[in-house]
Design a protein around this ligand. Structure first.
Ligand SMILES: Cc1ncc(COP(=O)(O)O)c(C=O)c1O
Length: 442
C-alpha cells in the first residue's frame, strides 16, 4: 500500500459516478454522505476507491476501525470463527465467544462491583438497553440528557438525542419524561461563565434549579451523558464535571449512564474516556470501536443493577459469535500497544493542530483526548461566530487532496483515525489539512 494519497481521476471518478447514480435510485436518501467516496478496499489507514484513488483515512468509518482497516489479527479471528459458527442467537442459546467476551468486558469496565453484559448490534441498541434497564431497575420514569448529545436513532435513543433537529423532525412524539440540559461546553458556556471561576455552575444548576422547579429528583431514573461529546463537536468537559455529576446522581438514587459508544475502547488513550475524569458511571454503553468494524454493541452494568428478568430485553443477532471474536482480537491489540499509541499520536496531532492554530485565526478551538480530536472553526476569534460555511469546504478540499475527515457539531471537524496511526500519517494529515484550511480560510 502506498504511503501517500494518490488521486488519479476527477472526484468522483467514472466508476464511482456510476455507482453513486445507482445508489441514488435504490439506497435510502436519509444517509448523510458529505463527499462522493465509493470505497473498494482498505488496509490500515489507507482507503482505495473504485477508481484506484488512494486516501488517508482520519475517519476510521466514524471512529469504528480502531485497529485500522482489515487488521490481519482481527481478520484471522473472523475467518476462524466464520468456519466454526456463524450464528446461534445468544438470546436463546449459549456459545463460548459471547460468554468469554462478557467476562472480558466486565473486567475492563472500572469498578470492583460484579458486572454483567447485555449484547446488541449497535450504539443505539446499547443505549436503548441502558434506557430500558434504568427504568426497570429504578421503577422511575424521568430521565435527563444533554443538549448536543447524540445517543442514536432508534426511538428511545433518539428521544435522548439533542444534536440536530433534522434527526428529530417529524418523529414526534418521543418517549416522554426526558429533560435536556446544557453540557459543560466551556468554549461556549450556556451560562456565559468561565471555568474554573464558574465553580461548575452547570452542575450546581441541576440541584439548585432543575430539581427544585420542574424535575423531581426522586422520579429520575438516569442521567445519560457522553464522557466527551462526540457528534455534538468533540467537546471535552472540564475536570470535576463528571465527578460532581456522579455525586449528585448518587445523592438522589439516579443512575449515571456513560455513553462511551464513540469515546470508549481505547480511542482516548484509556479504555474508557470516563477514566480521564477519574469519575465513575453505573452503566456503560459501548459500540463502534469494540469489534474493529463488525457490528456489536454492549451495555455493561453492575449485577445488582442488571436485575431484569428473562424475556425483559433481548436481540436475535446481538452478540454474534463473529463480532464477539473480532472484539476479543481488537481488545488484545488495544491492550498490547494501541491504547498507548493513541496517547502518543494523539499528543502529536494536538501539538500539530495547536501549532496551526497560531497561524489560522479561523481555528477557534482545538480540543480532545488521545485520538478523539476536534477543531472548531470560527469567523472571528473574539466573537466566536461559527464558520459553518467554511467547514464543509475544508472537508471537501481535504478529500480532493486525498485526506478523509468528517465534521461534528455545527462548525467543527473531527479527527478520529485508527489507533494504529503512525507519526508519519499524523504529519501527512496535518500537512494536507493545513493546505485545505489555507485555501478556504485565507
Ligand atoms: C455517543 C454515541 N452514542 C450512540 C451512537 C449511535 O451508534 P449507532 O450509529 O451504532 O447506532 C453514536 C453514533 O455516532 C454515538 O456517537
Amino acid at each position: 500500500m502506498p504511503k501517500t494519497p494518490t488521486i488519479k481521476t476527477a472526484l468522483p471518478g467514472p466508476r464511482a459516478k456510476q455507482l453513486i447514480k445507482l445508489d441514488k435510485s435504490y439506497v435510502s436518501p436519509s444517509y448523510t454522505r458529505v463527499y462522493p467516496l465509493v470505497v473498494d478496499q482498505a488496509e490500515g489507514l489507507w482507503v482505495h476507491d473504485v477508481d484506484g484513488n488512494v486516501f488517508l483515512d482520519f475517519t476510521a468509518g466514524i471512529a469504528v476501525n480502531a485497529t485500522g482497516h482489515c487488521h490481519p489479527h482481527v481478520v484471522k479471528a473472523i475467518q476462524r470463527q466464520a468456519g466454526q459458527l456463524l450464528h446461534m442467537s445468544g438470546t436463546d442459546f449459549y456459545y463460548t465467544p459471547q460468554i468469554l467476551l462478557a467476562e472480558k468486558l466486565a473486567s475492563l469496565v472500572p469498578g470492583k462491583r460484579a458486572k454483567r453484559v447485555y449484547f446488541g448490534n449497535s450504539g443505539a441498541e446499547a443505549v436503548e438497553a441502558a434506557f430500558k434497564l434504568a427504568r426497570w431497575h429504578t421503577k422511575r420514569e424521568l430521565n435527563i440528557a444533554f443538549f448536543g448529545a447524540f445517543h442514536g436513532r432508534t426511538m428511545g435513543a433518539l428521544s435522548l438525542t439533542a444534536s440536530k433537529t433534522v434527526q428529530k423532525k417529524h418523529y414526534n412524539p418521543f418517549v416522554p419524561g426526558i429533560t435536556h440540559i446544557p453540557y459543560a461546553y466551556c468554549y461556549r458556556c450556556a451560562y456565559n461563565l468561565c471555568y474554573p471561576d464558574c465553580d461548575l455552575f452547570c452542575v450546581k444548576w441541576i440541584e439548585d434549579t432543575l430539581f427544585r422547579t420542574t424535575v423531581p429528583a426522586e422520579e429520575v431514573a438516569a442521567i445519560f451523558v457522553e464522557p466527551i461529546q462526540g457528534e455534538g463537536g468533540y467537546i471535552v468537559p472540564p475536570p470535576g464535571f463528571h465527578k460532581e455529576m456522579y455525586r449528585i446522581a448518587k445523592q438522589y438514587g439516579i443512575l449515571y449512564v456513560a455513553d462511551e459508544v464513540q469515546s470508549g475502547m481505547g480511542r482516548t488513550g484509556k479504555m474508557f474516556a470516563m477514566e480521564h475524569f477519574e469519575a465513575r458511571a453505573d452503566i456503560i454503553a459501548i459500540a463502534k470501536g469494540i469489534a474493529s468494524g463488525m457490528p456489536l454493541g454492549a451495555m455493561v452494568a453492575p449485577a445488582k443493577i442488571m436485575d431484569w428478568e428473562a424475556g425483559s430485553h433481548a436481540s436475535t443477532f446481538g452478540g454474534n459469535p463473529i463480532s464477539c471474536q473480532a472484539a476479543m482480537a481488537t481488545i488484545e491489540l488495544l491492550e498490547k500497544r494501541l491504547m498507548k499509541n493513541a496517547t502518543v499520536q494523539g499528543k502529536r496531532l494536538m501539538q500539530g493542530l495547536h501549532e496551526l492554530q497560531k497561524t489560522y485565526e479561523c481555528m477557534g478551538d482545538v480540543r480532545g483526548k488521545g485520538l478523539m480530536v476536534g477543531v472548531e472553526f470560527v469567523k472571528n476569534r473574539e466573537t466566536k461566530e461559527p464558520a459553518t460555511a467554511w467547514r464543509p469546504r475544508i472537508i471537501r478540499k481535504a478529500f480532493e487532496k486525498g485526506l478523509l475527515i468528517l465534521g461534528c457539531g455545527e462548525n467543527s471537524i473531527r479527527f478520529c483515525p485508527a489507533l494504529t496511526v503512525s507519526a508519519e500519517e499524523i504529519d501527512l494529515c496535518l500537512t494536507i489539512f493545513e493546505e485545505a484550511v489555507r485555501e478556504v480560510c485565507s
